[in-house]
Ligand binder design. Structure first.
Ligand SMILES: [Fe+2]
Ligand SMILES: [Fe+2]
Length: 482
């Protein structure tokens, strides 16, 4: 087996990489035989809009002086490569029972099954989002947005490569079988769906796409952040590099919602009305409902409030906390506790109510990560509300209560309003259209999704971006359609 060292990517190779793939012929051949299956998946499950080429960023190196190049590329010829962040030869395990020991270059036998599971779950989300977004090109509001969609898509494809590399290089035959399964499961499939719920939801329109890249890609950022802390060094270095690419995906979501809100404000002011539905913009209550949906399904991705599996991952050094090295504690947490959300039952009436309960910090790690995520999500709401305020509009957007629309964890069994008031199932069924997109809302949003594929033009429901890509103007020819 090759112990990867960081070198410069060799673009004459079939699979660009900085892991010295040519030194390990078996691994190279295994990946080369997976490659046509990947390309077949891309052709059948990837973007459906035919294009000649797209102005894309391609990862070419991991060094400080530039890691990407930009250029027009035919998408099936995109160079999906394998890149690990530079090795830190002195790196030590930062938490858990192995804290202070040197990190691992190989998979310890006793943690093999757990590490493989973590990698498969992360890997499964990457192609899932490409599948969810495959038809969006047909309704892109501008060539700039179309290019961003494809950029996100090819990079999620590369993230799949990143996980498949780890499976092939470190998990033998089982790893290779899992790599095949990653191409066989499909988003929304009845027979073999993707592993996590949010990745089986549709992304049928661009408002959903921006909410997805804001809220659901951000879950990915937090999961990668915990895996970056892993004592298994190749996983850590892989995730560190993936996080660089994720930053762009976050930007697409954040500024995408910015621009929708901006345009809505403009139309509200222009016509001096809140009722912008007939005027080609997306009403603020509809934006709020989309936000409610994407936020709540993304909260589910963090799992239950308590988890002994996750406690074990932490103790073993497999998965750390967000910003582990900035935490001011012993990084072992064996005697710490945390308050987590819970349902408490009244002893006499038997009624359940939303509350909190104290558990050991290790068992509550999912809650710790979800709270970091929620705090980050507040940042988006704040900036969107600034746009409303500056536009002289009195309405505000907000994150719904943590118990709203949950299907995983303590609140899976109850229903609650966005303000956190409990509801009966019957009342929830009657009123959920006030808080989640209805068929009428979705149909209206879809009616706005008329493609604008002319250079420099943009759809009426969204404002143009402040900046183009890589210093190019908005009216640059980002995509050449076939
Ligand atoms: Fe990703
Ligand atoms: Fe992403």
């Amino acid at each position: 087996m090759t112990v990867p060292t960081t070198g410069t990517a060799d673009y004459s190779e079939k699979i660009p990489n900085n892991v010295n793939l040519h030194e390990d012929r078996r691994l190279q051949r295994a990946l080369e035989s997976w490659q046509p299956n990947f390309l077949h998946w891309w052709q059948t499950m990837g973007p459906t809009l035919p294009t000649q080429d797209v102005y894309l960023r391609t990862a070419i190196n991991v060094g400080r002086d530039g890691w990407a190049q930009f250029g027009h590329v035919a998408m099936p010829e995109y160079r999906w490569g394998i890149f690990l962040a530079e090795r830190d030869p002195g790196r030590k395990v930062g938490f858990g029972e192995h804290k202070g020991e040197p990190v691992w270059d190989k998979v310890p036998g006793e943690y093999r099954a757990e590490l493989q599971r973590l990698i498969v779950i992360q890997g499964d989300t990457e192609p899932a989002s490409v599948e969810q977004q495959r038809n969006l090109g047909a309704t892109a509001p501008s060539l700039y947005d179309l290019r961003n969609l494809f950029q996100v898509n090819v990079e999620e494809g590369r993230h799949l490569w990143a996980m498949v590399y780890l499976l092939h290089a470190y998990f033998g035959r089982e790893g290779r079988e899992e790599a095949e399964e990653l191409l066989h499961r499909n988003s929304g499939s009845l027979d073999s769906p993707r592993i996590l719920g949010a990745f089986n939801e549709e992304t049928p329109d661009w408002l959903s796409f921006f909410m997805f890249t804001y809220f659901t890609d951000r879950d990915g950022k937090y999961q990668l952040g915990t895996l970056k802390e892993s004592a298994f060094d190749p996983l850590s270095r892989t995730c560190e590099f993936m996080l660089k690419e994720e930053a762009h995906h976050m930007m697409v979501g954040t500024t995408g919602v910015d621009r929708v809100v901006q345009r809505t404000v403009e139309v509200m002011r222009e016509h001096d009305t809140d009722e912008v539905a007939g005027l080609g913009a997306i009403p603020l209550p509809v934006i709020q409902k989309y936000l409610n949906f994407h936020y709540s399904v993304s909260l589910d991705l963090f799992g239950g409030e308590t988890s002994t599996n996750v406690a074990n991952y932490y103790t073993a050094g497999l998965k750390g906390r967000w910003m582990e090295d900035r935490r001011q504690d012993d990084h072992q947490l064996t005697s710490d506790s945390i308050m987590v959300d819970s349902l408490s039952q009244d002893a006499t009436t038997g009624e359940q109510s939303i509350g909190q309960t104290e558990v050991s910090a290790l068992v509550g790690l999912n809650t710790d990560l979800r709270r970091e995520y929620i705090a980050d999500c507040q940042g988006g709401v704040k900036r969107w509300n600034r746009i409303l305020e500056e536009g002289g509009v009195r309405q505000r957007l907000k994150l719904p209560h943590v118990a709203f629309n949950r299907r995983v964890g303590a609140f899976a069994g109850i229903e609650a309003t966005p303000d956190g008031e409990q509801l009966s199932v019957a009342e929830w069924q009657r009123r959920q259209g006030e808080w989640l997109p209805t068929d009428v809302d979705k149909t209206y949003v879809r009616s706005l999704m008329q493609p604008v594929h002319q250079r420099g033009k943009i759809a009426a429901w969204i404002a143009p971006p402040r900046n183009g890509i890589n210093g190019k103007p908005f009216d640059y020819d980002y995509v050449h359609l076939a």
